[in-house]
Each structure stands twice: as C-alpha cells, then as structure tokens.
Design a protein around this ligand. Structure first.
Ligand code: UGY
Ligand code: MN
Length: 260
C-alpha cells in the first residue's frame, strides 16, 4: 500500500474565497468565511466579531443574529465605551439609561459611554443587528446624548453634490460626538467622485446591491452582506453595478477630534 491511498481529493473549494485581509490597511470579510464567537453577555445569539484593534481598527464591529429570546441583558458598553446598534432584519427591544426603544428594521440606538445598552429579540423569528463600540474620546466638557430612530425617517442628502449618490447621517452634527454612522447609497453606475484618502477609519456592512470597490488601488467585487474594513489612509472609492437594487452600505466614521 503506497502513501497515495491516503491522499484525499484536491480541495479547490478551499482556495475560493473573496475575503481579503490586509492588516491595518483594509479587509473584506464575506459571509461564507464568518465564524461564530462566544462572547460573555450574549445569550441565544450567533455573534461574529468583525473589525477589532487586532486588524488595526480603533473600534469593534459585530454582526449578531438574535435567536428566539436572544440578546444581551448583561449590558453592552458603558465604563467609557459608547455603542451603536442598527437592526438589519427583524424586531428588537433595546434599553439604555432607563428608556426602552422598539426597533424595527432600520431602527437604531446610540448609547453614551456611561450607559451600557441591553437588547433582546422581540419576535419568534431571528433578528439580525450590526453593532459598533469604541472608547469615547472626551473633548472638554462636551457630553453626547442617547439617540434613537429609524433610518427610514432620516433625510437623504445628495453626497458631495451628486444626483445619484445619497448619504444619511444617524447622529447629530454636534462636537460632543466623536464618530458618526451613515448609510451611503449608489444607484447602479453611480460612483464616488474621487479616490478618498483620509485618516478616518470605516467599518462598512453592505445592506443591498453590488458594487466594485477600489481598496488601496485593488479593485474588488462586493455585494450585500459583505463587510469592509477601511483603515486610516486606505485609498477608497466604489461604484454600484447591476440593473436592480442600489448599492448601499452602513458605515462608521470617526469625526470631530484632533489627532494626537
Ligand atoms: O464618508 C466617507 O468618508 C465615505 N464616503 N467613504 C466611503 O464611502 N468609503
Ligand atoms: Mn471614506
């Protein structure tokens, strides 16, 4: 018996992933490669940790599927950590600072660094949320406040004067806030006006459609449910492709602070 009897078929399927990780620079995490993490405080949830300081981000993003009665009742954030929750699918009840919020698809909650948020699935079917946390960067006596609403009620502004690209801002333009969350939407064929090169970082989750994205001068195809990390100074630009749905993503961006 030769050793060849032990050789299994060539696993070319294991060579095929659209995910890319360039530490500190950019990453694309596609749904097929995501793994579940066990994180204290999350019960009956599938938690995937996305960007972290280990990839070069100053924030942490998570994708969480809340199963029946699933959620985090122990408290997410607080002790100097501000948090943001966005409902991708389903219905979630969240609490912060003694207030309760019923969040349907598109619903969101920002909790200040001194107030942990709790949240729970509010329906028998699964709900899916995008979470963000970061250590708040204080500026003088400014204090941010709790913000909640639904993306559907937010104003769509034309991004940098373009007809076919719109932007939504979730948080107020107030220097007390050290980041904002946005949704950027490109009609098929619409694009950024130029290759952005900036110190701010992004964690972006694609909500709909398909696009081509330039990350540090590498063009990559991206689509709904992909996640993109763009580190400080990562070159970035994209355009929507296809004839159907607009290419749209929710993303974070640090703001309103000087650099040390
Ligand atoms: O706000 C932004 O920097 C945004 N336009 N960046 C991006 O979409 N990659
Ligand atoms: Mn940008």
């Amino acid at each position: 018996m030769g050793y060849l009897n032990n050789v299994v078929g060539y696993r070319d399927d294991l060579l095929a992933s659209r995910s890319i990780v360039r530490h500190g620079n950019y990453a694309i995490l596609t749904p097929d490669g995501l793994v579940r993490n066990s994180v204290p405080g999350f019960e009956n949830c599938d938690v995937t940790i996305l960007s972290t300081p280990k990839i070069g981000a100053s924030f942490v993003d998570y994708l969480v599927t809340l199963r029946q009665n699933g959620g985090n009742l122990q408290g997410f954030g607080g002790d100097g950590i501000e948090t943001f929750l966005y409902v991708i699918e389903g219905n979630v009840t969240a609490q912060a600072a003694g207030k309760s919020f019923h969040l349907a698809q598109g619903g969101y909650l920002y909790a200040t660094p001194d107030e942990p948020m709790t949240f729970m699935n509010n329906q028998p079917a699964d709900s899916k949320v995008f979470l963000y946390k970061r250590r708040y960067s204080p500026a003088g006596n400014l204090t941010p406040h709790i913000v909640s609403g639904n993306a559907r009620q937010l104003e769509h502004i034309h991004y940098e004067g373009m007809d076919d690209v719109t932007l939504v801002d979730f948080l107020p333009k107030d220097p007390a806030f050290d980041f904002n969350m946005h949704i950027l939407t490109f009609e098929p064929g619409a694009s950024h006006g130029y290759v952005e090169t900036h110190v701010q970082e992004h964690g972006a989750y694609i909500l709909s459609g398909q696009g081509m994205y330039n990350l540090d001068n590498h063009w990559v195809p991206v689509k709904k449910d992909d996640y993109i990390f763009m580190g400080a100074y990562a070159l970035q630009a994209g355009y929507g492709v296809g004839r159907g749905e607009a290419f749209s993503y929710i993303y974070s961006k640090d703001c309103n602070r000087d650099v040390e």
